[in-house]
Design a protein around this ligand. Structure first.
Ligand code: SAH
Length: 400
């Protein structure tokens, strides 16, 4: 350290440097927000070729904001089970007592599972030999309760009752305990088989299956959705399309204001949740399709369905050129692009711009304080054909 930055803070996280989760744990929050706004602006202007002006970043709460935790489980050198996080760029597990950005209930649940494993001599999974039982502790926390899912390389042992008792003592608002079987080697955390050992999967207004996507920072997600909705400018005559809709969060928010909303998502469990969420919230002007966003967009375009507004919220890799093409073919008045990666967002903005859609407003939302990630919402509007004319020039005439 040659010179100490005035933005350096000593609120050191004991695992900050090694776990690879938070890149900004040693920086004050004002500086973090400034950097994030700068990053979005740079990406949009350098890669996307348009200047969005100053980008506002909506700040979040710095601690305890995550509602989903996934702790890998392994054995220490002395054979004891440990749970924590993978170290940066490795599969070595760093044991963790407390992670500040997680809801504390996730840590309590993890500690209880560790106690159970020691008490009942339950083995931890070893990636090398692919032996041992418990692979991950997966926890979802909400205002109405906590859901714990144990991911294992086999069925639940008979001593699972003790696990439930320990969990109930450690996490008084436990609403469900689920056992998931994943025997496949490799990186995907959840396997296909779920068995509810106790409770109900959940009691939320938004039903969530473990496999469905849900924003990890609920409070900030609400601000993100509010921002996206405001930019969408819906009214009762609007037909809207929500590509990459997950469990229908944005779709259902839009349905409250629009005439009709279609949602498209590739994971079938999320689509089942989306239909259920529509029903629970008494919303009937939506339709969900389980399909690849690109194929669905092409089909919509072919069938002449012409939504005035298209909302997209793709994973980090952004939109394929085919999706951009199919969207432009539907000729919506507005496109609202929600993105978790400023670089792919900017690349796609450039592609949209070639097809007559210009980026108007960009707002960043800090969904992941302390980490390097930032979420952005951009409004794209179609150039008004009445205010533009196309001119064809013959090269000979250029002298004139
Ligand atoms: N808008 C939702 C979900 C956004 S996350 C919310 O805020 O809750 C992105 C979603 O895109 C995930 O649910 C993921 O399963 C889905 N997805 C990924 N690839 C897809 C594809 N090719 N076609 C359709 N959906 C896809």
């Amino acid at each position: 350290l040659l010179e100490v930055s005035p933005h350096r803070v000593n609120r050191a996280c004991p695992i900050g440097k090694r776990c690879g989760g938070c890149n900004f744990w040693h920086m004050d929050y004002e500086e973090e927000l400034r950097l994030k706004g700068q990053r979005v602006r740079d990406a949009i202007s350098r890669i996307g070729g348009v200047d969005p002006g100053e980008v506002t970043v909506l700040p979040g709460t710095m601690e305890g904001y995550r509602n989903k935790a996934q702790f890998p489980v392994g054995a220490s050198d002395f054979g004891q089970p440990v749970a924590g996080f993978y170290m940066a760029r490795s599969h070595e597990i760093l044991p963790v007592q407390r992670c500040r950005i997680q809801d504390p209930r996730a840590d309590e649940a993890k500690t209880a599972v560790m106690e159970w494993m020691e008490l009942e001599n339950i083995s931890a999974y070893d990636e090398g030999s692919q032996r041992g039982l418990v692979r991950h502790i997966y926890v979802r926390t909400a205002s109405v309760g906590t859901l714990v899912c144990i991911v294992a390389n086999g069925g639940a042992p008979e001593v699972a009752d003790t696990l439930l008792q320990l969990l109930q003592a450690a996490v008084p608002d436990l609403v469900g305990l689920v056992w998931n079987i994943n025997r496949r080697p490799g990186n995907s955390v959840l396997g296909d088989r779920f068995e509810t050992l106790w409770g109900q999967g959940c009691g939320l207004k938004f039903r969530l299956s473990p496999r469905s996507f849900f924003q990890v920072n609920r409070q900030q997600a609400q601000r993100l959705y509010d921002t996206a909705l405001e930019l969408a400018q819906l009214d009762a005559n609007t037909t809207a399309l929500d590509l990459y809709c997950g469990t229908g969060t944005i779709t259902l928010c839009m349905a409250r204001k629009a005439g009709k909303v279609y949602g498209v998502e590739i994971i079938d469990a999320a689509i089942a949740d989306a239909w259920e969420n529509a029903k629970r919230n008494g919303i009937d002007n939506v339709e969900f399709f389980c399909a690849d966003a690109g194929q669905a967009a092409e089909r919509f375009a072919r069938e002449g369905i012409a939504p005035q507004v298209i909302m997209v919220d793709p994973p980090r890799k952004g939109l394929s050129p085919a999706v951009v093409d199919a969207m432009a073919q539907m000729a919506p008045e507005r496109i609202v692009y929600v993105s978790c990666d400023p670089a792919t967002l900017a690349r796609d903005l450039a592609r949209f711009s070639e097809r007559g859609y210009d980026a108007r407003t960009a707002v960043a939302v800090d969904m992941f304080p302390r980490t390097a990630h930032v979420e952005t919402v951009v409004l794209l509007s179609k150039l008004n054909a009445k205010q533009h004319i196309e001119v064809e020039l013959n090269l000979d005439e250029l002298d004139l």
